[in-house]
Design a protein around this ligand. Structure first.
Ligand SMILES: Nc1ncnc2c1ncn2[C@@H]1O[C@H](COP(=O)(O)OP(=O)(O)OP(=O)(O)O)[C@@H](O)[C@H]1O
Ligand SMILES: [Mg+2]
Length: 315
C-alpha cells in the first residue's frame, strides 16, 4: 500500500476524538518514488499541459517582460483595515484574541511550512516561500485555512506574510476580511504597467499584506494559468523571498488552473474536509499535485480525531 493510500486511508478511516484541524505532513515527490508505476499511470491520465488547454484570449498572452520599475520603487503602499471582530466571529485567529484551540493547531501547522520556506543548503526547497492552499473540491475550508495560516505566521516575531486571493473566479477574501474588492492580481496580469506594489495592501495586522483577486475578468481562470502568471510568480518568489506568500486557491478537481498553479509552488497545503471528502477524491487530488515536492494535508472541520492532534507522516 502506497503512502498516498495509507495517508488517505487514515484520513477517512480514523475515528475522531478531539480537534477541528489536523495536519499530515508528507512529500509528494517521495510518494512518487515509492510507487513510480502508479505515479506514471496517473500522469498518463492527466496530460502535462492540461491546465494550458484553456489558456487563450488576447489579454492572456501578454508577457510581463522585463519591467523597468521594480515593486520596491512603486508608489507608497495602500492601507486597509481588516474587520478583526468579524474574523473572530468566523473562528479565525486574530492577534488580540485569547489562546484558542484553532490558534494552537495552526501553530503546529505553520512550523514545518516556515522551516521549509527558509531552509538553506542541502534541504533547500525551490520557491519554498510560495505556499498554495487548495483542496480537491469546493467548500472544504481553503479560505478559512489560508487566513488562519497567514494570521498565525504574521503573529510571529520574524516573519512577514503576503496573502493572495488566487481563487480569481470566486474570490472570497474581501468578504471574510470585511474589505472592498480592490485592484489586485488580475489587474497586474492584465496591465503591464501595474506593479505588484501598486496593488498590495498593508493591513492593520502588523506584517500582513493582502493582494486581492482584482477586477472581474471573463478570462480570469485563463489568466491564472497563463505565462504571465508564471512570470509574476517568479517575480514574487524572487522579490519577496524573505516573506511567506500564501495563495488561497481554487479547488484542484473542479478547475484546471489550480493544477497549473500547483506546479509552480514550493509547498502545497491540501485541505481535506473531515467526514465529507471521499478517499478516492483525496487520492486523485494528491495525484494532481505530484509535481510539488512538499505537500501537507490539513484534516479540517473534524469534530474529533484520535491519537494526538499532530500527524507527522513523512516518508
Ligand atoms: N475548521 C473550521 N471550523 C469551523 N468552520 C470552518 C472550518 N473550516 C471551514 N469552515 C467554514 O466552512 C465554510 C467553507 O469554508 P471556506 O470558505 O474556507 O471554504 P473554501 O474551500 O474556501 O470554499 P470555496 O471552494 O467556495 O472557496 C465557511 O463558512 C467557513 O467559515
Ligand atoms: Mg475559498
Amino acid at each position: 500500500m502506497s503512502i498516498i493510500e495509507r495517508a488517505a486511508g487514515k484520513i477517512v478511516k480514523e475515528d475522531k476524538t478531539s480537534t477541528s484541524v489536523n495536519i499530515i505532513e508528507k512529500a509528494a515527490a517521495r510518494i512518487a518514488k515509492e510507487d513510480e508505476a502508479s505515479a506514471r499511470t496517473s500522469a498518463a491520465k492527466i496530460p502535462a499541459d492540461h491546465g494550458h488547454e484553456s489558456v487563450g484570449g488576447p489579454d492572456t498572452q501578454k508577457s510581463r517582460g522585463d519591467r523597468a520599475h521594480s515593486a520596491d520603487t512603486a508608489s507608497s503602499p495602500k492601507q486597509c483595515t481588516i474587520n478583526l471582530a468579524k474574523l473572530r466571529q468566523s473562528g479565525i485567529i486574530t492577534p488580540d484574541a485569547e489562546k484558542t484551540q484553532i490558534a494552537e493547531e495552526f501553530r503546529l501547522i505553520k512550523r514545518p511550512l516556515i522551516k521549509n520556506a527558509f531552509q538553506q543548503s542541502a534541504g533547500h526547497i525551490q520557491n519554498g516561500n510560495l505556499i498554495m492552499v487548495t483542496s480537491a473540491l469546493a467548500g472544504e475550508g481553503k479560505t478559512f485555512c489560508s487566513i488562519n495560516l497567514a494570521m498565525s505566521i504574521a503573529m510571529e516575531m520574524d516573519h512577514t506574510v503576503l496573502l493572495i486571493d488566487a481563487d480569481v473566479a470566486r474570490p472570497s477574501l474581501p468578504n471574510y476580511l470585511g474589505l472592498q474588492a480592490e485592484r489586485g492580481l488580475l489587474d497586474v496580469l492584465l496591465d503591464d504597467k501595474l506593479e505588484l506594489a501598486d496593488v498590495m495592501i498593508k493591513t492593520n495586522v502588523d506584517k500582513l499584506s493582502i493582494l486581492t483577486a482584482g477586477k472581474k475578468s471573463k478570462h480570469a481562470t485563463e489568466l491564472l494559468a497563463s505565462q504571465s502568471m508564471s512570470e509574476l510568480l517568479k517575480e514574487i518568489a524572487h522579490r519577496y523571498s524573505d516573506r511567506i506568500v500564501i495563495f488561497d486557491s481554487p479547488p484542484l478537481l473542479l478547475t484546471s488552473e489550480a493544477r497549473v498553479l500547483a506546479s509552480q509552488m514550493g509547498q502545497i497545503v491540501l485541505v481535506v474536509a473531515a467526514e465529507k471528502t471521499p478517499q478516492q477524491t483525496v487520492k486523485e487530488a494528491l495525484r494532481q499535485i505530484e509535481s510539488c515536492d512538499v505537500v501537507n494535508l490539513i484534516y479540517n472541520k473534524a469534530s474529533t480525531f484520535p491519537g494526538g492532534e499532530y500527524y507527522g507522516y513523512y516518508s
